[in-house]
Design a protein around this ligand. Structure first.
Ligand SMILES: *Cc1c(COP(=O)(O)O)cnc(C)c1O
Length: 432
């Protein structure tokens, strides 16, 4: 299996090189040359397979033989050592909980898988890889946790000072070892700009192997298809058509769900639910893609004005708008609607949703207004405790702090403050 650049101006690469490079030299996103559907028997017998076996069958063609089967199984077993339960809330509505991993957001799956792949690939060379990542909150913690102690890989995380939650900050600043946190005097956009500048900086590229751990990296993007398959496994016996509503920011998660569909998983429709950063809902209305600066919301992991993975979704549907429109609806919601949804879900089912999951719930309900028959699953992408202030204030209840979070609360923050790109560059050059 090779991967090509969606900008079509760079050479095709293997899985290994796509993971190590992150993004193609022509700045395009890598995309698999083929997506071969799994045999019918896989879906017919899916209840008899373990999560690790399902993941192995799904990812194998993309990894090819670049990681031996035994090693790949071992990696998957470690990555998927937590639960992915479905919780029913209404007759035709359930949530898929993706927050039972170490940092309590779905990004644990992709971050752990990428870390293990990169660790495996760098064990066969002397070259150290530096992972550079900007975070608005959840990515940093998941990446720090996933890469902690991985040989041959250093991780540098940039985050905007004072703009991530206390829990998120502790998750990315307290681990030490091969993880360094740079606290930037600026916004998330400033962090992202610095990271982008670094990837284009010839001085750095000559001196070190830099890669990204955002969902543009195929090893972070593709494993996100696993839990759509786990959901299908749990719901199949109902015999109903399924719709997934995915709270979306950079659109990597929903795009991975669509890859599962290309592998043959029966899904009737996808709903991309967003906050007021509505570039995609607007596109689905008008057919015009107009990126814009991001707006801050209470579902901050989705504050994205130019979603990096949407180009992969369009490509999956051969840039045919009508074909995409058949398979995808997209709706946008305000913070006020999101808070009302958190209250509604709590009042109706006693279930505490986080702001991202609540946006997913709203999108699903909007779709079901016209299409009541299909069974809907919205993804609960983070544990509500990660957005403690917003959730506690909205439902006037105190949340119990889970052990994963309690553990980091007592740890001491360690970060390096920077304000300008030249400080990032100096840090990278002096510490590799
Ligand atoms: C990252 C994140 C999202 C958005 O996922 P994308 O793959 O970027 O669309 C949604 N919810 C939470 C909690 C996240 O951390």
């Amino acid at each position: 299996m090779n991967f090509y650049s969606l900008n079509k101006k760079a050479a095709n690469v293997t899985f290994r090189d796509a993971v190590i490079k992150g993004i193609a030299p022509d700045k395009g996103l890598y995309f698999p040359e083929n997506i071969t559907p799994l045999p019918n028997s896989f879906f017919e017998d899916i209840e008899t397979l373990s999560n690790t076996e399902i993941a192995f069958e799904a990812i194998r063609q993309f990894v090819n033989d670049e990681i031996p089967d035994d090693k790949l199984k071992e990696i998957l077993k470690e990555v998927l050592d937590f639960d992915f339960p479905i919780v029913a809330l209404e007759d035709n509505v359930a949530t898929l909980e993706l927050f039972h991993g170490p940092t309590m957001a779905f990004k644990d799956v992709g971050a752990r898988f990428m870390a293990q792949c990169l660790g495996y690939f760098s064990s066969s060379t002397d070259d150290e890889v530096t992972v550079l990542v900007a975070t608005s909150g959840d990515t940093g913690g998941a990446v720090a946790n996933g890469f902690l102690g991985v040989d041959g890989v250093k991780v540098v995380i940039l985050y905007p000072s004072g703009k991530v939650s206390d829990i998120q900050e502790r998750q990315l600043t307290t681990l030490g070892m091969n993880i360094t946190a740079l606290e930037v005097d600026g916004t998330f956009d400033d962090c992202q700009k610095m990271v982008k500048t670094a990837f284009l900086d010839a001085d750095l590229l000559e001196n070190m192997q830099l890669t990204s751990a955002n969902s543009i990296n195929v090893a972070r993007w593709l494993p996100q298809m696993f839990y759509f398959l786990f959901a299908y496994k749990q719901l199949k016996s109902m015999g109903k058509e399924l719709v997934f509503s995915v709270p979306s920011g950079n659109f990597g998660n929903i795009c991975a769900g669509m890859v599962a569909q290309k592998l043959g998983m029966p899904v009737k429709h996808f709903v991309a639910s967003t906050n007021v950063n509505d570039t995609v809902p607007q596109f689905m209305q008008t057919g015009e893609y107009k990126p814009k600066p991001s707006t801050a919301t209470i579902s901050n992991a989705m504050d994205v004005g130019d979603p990096s993975n949407f180009i992969r979704i369009r490509h999956l549907f051969k840039n045919n708008f009508d074909a995409l429109n058949e398979n995808l609806s997209s709706f946008s919601f305000t913070d006020e609607e999101t808070r009302e949804a958190i209250q509604h879900i709590y009042g109706m089912a006693g279930y505490i949703a986080d702001p991202h999951g609540a946006v997913g719930y709203l999108g699903l309900k909007e779709y079901q207004k016209n299409q009541t028959i299909p069974f809907g699953v919205f993804l609960e992408t983070a544990h509500p405790v990660k957005f403690l202030d917003v959730v506690e204030e909205t439902i006037a209840t105190t949340l119990k702090i889970p052990p994963q979070i309690r553990r980091v609360m007592g740890r001491k923050k360690k970060s390096i403050r920077i304000a300008e790109y030249k400080e990032l560059k100096a840090h990278l050059l002096n510490n590799h």
